[in-house]
Design a protein around this ligand. Structure first.
Ligand SMILES: *[C@@H]1O[C@H](CO)[C@@H](O)[C@H](O)[C@H]1NC(C)=O
Ligand SMILES: *[C@@H]1O[C@H](CO)[C@@H](O)[C@H](O)[C@H]1NC(C)=O
Length: 238
């Protein structure tokens, strides 16, 4: 077993990086040592799986699918951010497929995160289980001036979002909160829809525990849920 700590990455983000195109992956994991060859039947099945996900997920922003049989099965999952259009969802999954090929160098297990979607596949069964193997923290390095008070507000908002998300049909919630005169705090949490409501809550509670303290913004990305807050609006209003 790999230690979850070993797979915990901490990435830094600057406002400039956040302006980069939405098609740039935030992070990816290509775990395990199992590989396939470019023209293999595994690759063929993987392409089929990605096609299924890209075709079916945009309807509700989520899909799971499997291709192959028995021990040769590949399981895949795609989750799009709860507020984006089905067109953006589709293009994000296609981009994920493309990037996984180049970044993951033909590994048999992989996860990739973008602003707009998460795509994961593995030859192991993982549907319906909270993923504890993959976790990435991305933070804005800039400090807030009053960390204790700021953190309290952030945690208050994030906890409220968790309580809303786990009972909502999409396992998703977003909100904004006034921070004094002219500042606003924006937050979003989401789980993959193969989780039960209870597991979604547990997953998100663990995620928000990893939120770094005193930073202007941060996100915690996992294979089953993610959480983000910023001092600017980073999601679509609708
Ligand atoms: C690919 O999928 C087919 C069935 O769709 C299965 O019979 C085969 O074993 C799979 N091959 C690999 C290498 O996963
Ligand atoms: C934020 O604070 C930490 C220590 O509290 C310091 O090491 C770091 O350099 C600060 N970051 C910026 C961007 O000022």
């Amino acid at each position: 077993m790999r230690s979850p700590l070993l797979s915990l990455l901490v990435l830094l983000s600057s406002p400039l990086l956040q302006l980069l195109s939405a098609s740039k992956p935030l992070a990816s994991f290509c775990s395990g040592t199992d590989k396939f060859t470019p023209n293999s039947r595994f690759k063929n099945n993987l392409s089929q799986l990605m096609f299924l996900l890209a075709t079916k997920a945009p309807k509700i922003g989520f899909e799971i699918a499997s291709v192959g049989s028995n021990h040769r099965k590949i399981n895949g999952l795609a989750l799009c951010r709860g507020d984006i259009t089905s067109e953006s969802c589709n293009s994000c999954i296609n981009e994920a497929n493309y990037q996984l090929e180049s970044q993951c160098n033909y590994k048999k297990d992989a996860v990739i995160w973008f602003d707009n979607c998460l795509v994961r596949y593995s030859h192991k069964e993982f549907f319906g289980e909270i993923d504890t193997d993959h976790s990435v923290i991305i933070r804005d390095e800039r400090n807030v001036t009053n960390p204790a008070a700021f953190n309290a507000r952030v945690m208050k908002m994030m906890n409220r979002l968790v309580m809303k998300a786990y009972i909502s049909p999409l396992l998703f919630s977003k909100a904004q909160m006034e921070l004094g005169k002219s500042k606003r705090l924006f937050g979003l949490v989401q789980c993959t829809k193969d989780l039960s409501g209870g597991d979604c809550k547990r997953c998100l509670q663990k995620a928000i525990d990893l939120i770094p303290s005193g930073k202007r913004g941060a996100r915690v990305l996992g294979g089953s849920c993610n959480a983000r807050y910023e001092l600017f609006q980073f999601y679509d209003e609708s």
